[in-house]
Design a protein around this ligand. Structure first.
Ligand code: DX5
Ligand code: ZN
Length: 214
């Protein structure tokens, strides 16, 4: 699977988002990771579909939208309209996961399904045919800048092995605490889409930091 980096906007200078996105593009980063938090599923509130629509006008970069919300169902058409290219929901959210994944694809977006560190990876197996990507969280969702949880790499490996065995080609994304060192661990385990916030945005040279992750 092709290796892709997804820069988490959460660690960017939010007062200059358009400029920050340009910095990602110039650094050769493929995707922009947009963390949507509702203050219920996780402690914080970040940004919503209106912000996605505003930045859609400024950039053609792939919008990888990570919904950390309790009730994703009603939001699916709103993020499609705003210009998200991919919408990832949590298996721990409310609603019918299969129906939500179908609705994401019906709204012409790629569908992603995410698991928190404490959720067994086997839970996603029944949904694989409905997904373009599985996001294995490598920190507890809710905050940027946390430390990578090592046992999550075992979940990535179990998922990649299962997919290979079944002949399923799927993107496996990791999110949380990714830097040049932890990137090595998750790549070896089988992840091919690496989210990084702090490591990329706080680096002196974003292009060099991206190269170190690759
Ligand atoms: C955490 C978010 C992550 C976070 C990653 O809830 O889903 O995307 O921004 O940030 P870093 O790379 O700083 O751990
Ligand atoms: Zn995220």
């Amino acid at each position: 699977m092709e290796l892709k980096l997804s820069a988490s906007m959460l660690a960017s200078d939010l007062s200059n988002i358009a400029k920050e996105i340009k910095r990602c593009e110039d650094a050769g980063i493929e995707w922009l990771h947009i963390d949507v938090m509702d203050g219920v599923f996780v402690d914080n509130i970040t940004y919503g579909n209106n912000v996605v629509a505003a930045i859609r006008d400024k950039s053609d970069i792939f919008f990888d939208t990570h919904l950390m919300v309790t009730d994703p169902t009603k939001l699916i058409p709103l993020f499609a309209k705003a210009g998200s290219d991919m919408l990832t929901i949590h298996i721990e959210s409310n609603g019918d996961t299969a129906e939500n994944l179908k609705a994401i694809r019906a709204n012409n977006m790629k569908a992603g399904l995410s698991v928190k560190p404490g959720t067994p990876i086997e839970k996603v197996y029944p949904y694989l045919p409905l997904c373009d990507m599985i996001l294995v969280m490598t920190v507890e969702p809710g905050y940027g800048g946390q430390g990578f949880i090592p046992h999550c790499a075992d979940k990535v490996k179990a998922l990649r092995d299962y997919c290979n065995e079944k002949g399923i080609e799927i993107d496996i994304q990791v999110d949380g605490g990714i830097n040049a060192d932890t990137a090595d661990i998750v790549k070896k385990a089988g992840a091919n889409v690496l989210v990084a916030g702090t490591y990329l945005f706080k680096a002196e040279d974003m292009r060099k930091a991206a190269e170190l992750i690759r």
